[in-house]
Design a protein around this ligand. Structure first.
Ligand SMILES: Cc1cc2nc3c(=O)[nH]c(=O)nc-3n(C[C@H](O)[C@H](O)[C@H](O)COP(=O)(O)OP(=O)(O)OC[C@H]3O[C@@H](n4cnc5c(N)ncnc54)[C@H](O)[C@@H]3O)c2cc1C
Length: 379
């Protein structure tokens, strides 16, 4: 039974919304509702790598599909840089399992209700004489829910940003890949990020899962959020036939499922608005350098939860308290995101020669430096 009033409403049950819920529900007894319009953790919508320490910190060990001790950055012209690690430095993840894992832990706390396959169509502020008292969510199944505070984790739907008329991220990485079976993978512990513009200016990935299974795909970065299915699929098919050495490993492979979607690139200027906190892709928090969105969403969710708990305990949802979420995020991230944003247009729209130069340049880095480059855009 769903109630009509909750303390906290979370829209979107991807990693951002679930991390927020998980880190909130175990610390306060306030009531929480999570609403998702689709299948929670839909595996067709992403193809993610992340890092082993993130898996450990968020208790997602059962969601790891493969661990990698070798990392290669490779361009279609053949230029490449390979890095070796004594311990696994990267992992690829089963997104659905990661989401279900968090959801199971959330449900155990007993103060969270979950609505699947229900869309939040809109929301409105309910005002007392002078200030916003709470919000009402309008749901697609015709019920309304009143909440004290809204966490928008709706990913590229940008529920809050669109309703509030905020400026959306300037760039979008549209990725199309496939989970492939029947491959002949040469090294199942080597993760590859693919550079260059031949198959899409957003680069690509080859993440083996075992000797017979791998994830392979490419991305195109554009200035609009419309998914260019024709272009990205055509690029993928071409890369699958030509990109050495992967075409050799996947020439007899069969498609298990497509994995595709859009990653917004570039954080919103403000993630905090009266009674609203925005997290994950809905806030444009994926890294605009390697388009890594899972770790940022998990970390921002935990940060957002810290502030939500403080606001709930003090029964005070004023901007003074909620803004601490943005302040803490800025202190950790704004500088590196801004540095990357300045390069943004150039780096996605550069020539193949410039891509190759970048691959040659990272070849001189140590393995640890390369890890920091991928994660924090620094050496
Ligand atoms: C093909 C591909 C490959 C990728 N590879 C990587 C990678 O290698 N590493 C990495 O870190 N990241 C990768 N990403 C990015 C990463 O998947 C995302 O950044 C991350 O999943 C964002 O999580 P989120 O919770 O913010 O959003 P999402 O996972 O998109 O969750 C948003 C949720 O909100 C729900 N929703 C939206 N609107 C509403 C509404 N109005 N009402 C109710 N529910 C709503 C949606 O159904 C969805 O479940 C990749 C993405 C794609 C598409």
């Amino acid at each position: 039974m769903i109630k009509v009033k909750y303390d906290i409403g979370i829209v979107g049950a991807g990693v951002a919304g679930l991390s927020t819920a998980l880190h909130t529900c175990s610390k306060i007894d306030g009531s929480i509702i999570i609403v998702d319009k689709g299948r929670i953790g839909d595996p067709r919508k992403t193809s993610p790598f992340t890092f082993p320490d993130i898996i450990e910190r968020y208790g997602l060990g059962d969601s790891v599909l493969q661990r990698y001790k070798r990392f290669t950055y490779r361009s279609p012209t053949g230029v490449s840089a390979t890095f070796e690690y004594e311990e696994p430095a990267f992992v690829t993840l089963n997104y659905e399992k990661a989401c279900r894992n968090m959801l199971d832990r959330i449900r155990k706390e007993g103060n969270v209700d979950v609505l699947e396959n229900v869309e939040v169509r809109s929301f409105k502020f309910n005002k007392s004489f002078i200030q916003t008292k709470n919000l009402t969510l309008t749901l697609s199944d015709s019920d309304n829910i009143t909440i004290h505070v809204l966490v928008d984790a709706s990913g590229k739907s940008f529920l809050a940003a669109r309703k509030l008329g905020l400026k959306l991220p300037p760039l979008y990485s549209h990725s199309y890949g496939e989970l492939l079976g029947g491959c002949e993978v040469e090294d199942p512990h080597e993760m590859c990020i693919l550079a260059g513009k031949k198959y899409g200016n957003g680069g690509g990935w080859f993440y083996p899962i075992d000797e017979r299974t791998s994830r392979f795909g490419f991305a195109t970065v554009t200035r609009t959020s419309d998914f260019p299915m024709g272009v990205v699929k055509q690029n993928f098919v071409k890369a699958r036939e030509e990109f050495y050495p992967y075409y050799r490993m996947i020439k007899n492979a069969r498609t298990i499922r497509p994995e595709f979607g859009t990653i917004p690139l570039g954080p919103l200027r403000k993630f905090v608005h009266p009674r609203i906190l925005i997290v994950g892709d809905a806030a444009g928090q994926a890294t605009p350098w390697y388009c890594e969105g899972v770790r940022p969403a998990l970390e921002s969710g935990a940060l957002c939860a810290e502030i939500l708990c403080e606001a709930y305990r003090k029964k005070n949802y004023s901007a003074r308290i909620l803004k601490k979420y943005q302040k803490k995020w800025e202190a950790i991230n704004r500088k590196i995101y801004s540095k990357s944003a300045k390069m943004g247009f150039w780096s996605w729209f550069r020539s193949q020669e410039e891509w190759d130069k970048a691959v040659k340049e990272v070849a001189s880095l140590t393995s640890e430096q390369m890890l920091r480059r991928v994660r924090y855009n620094q050496t």
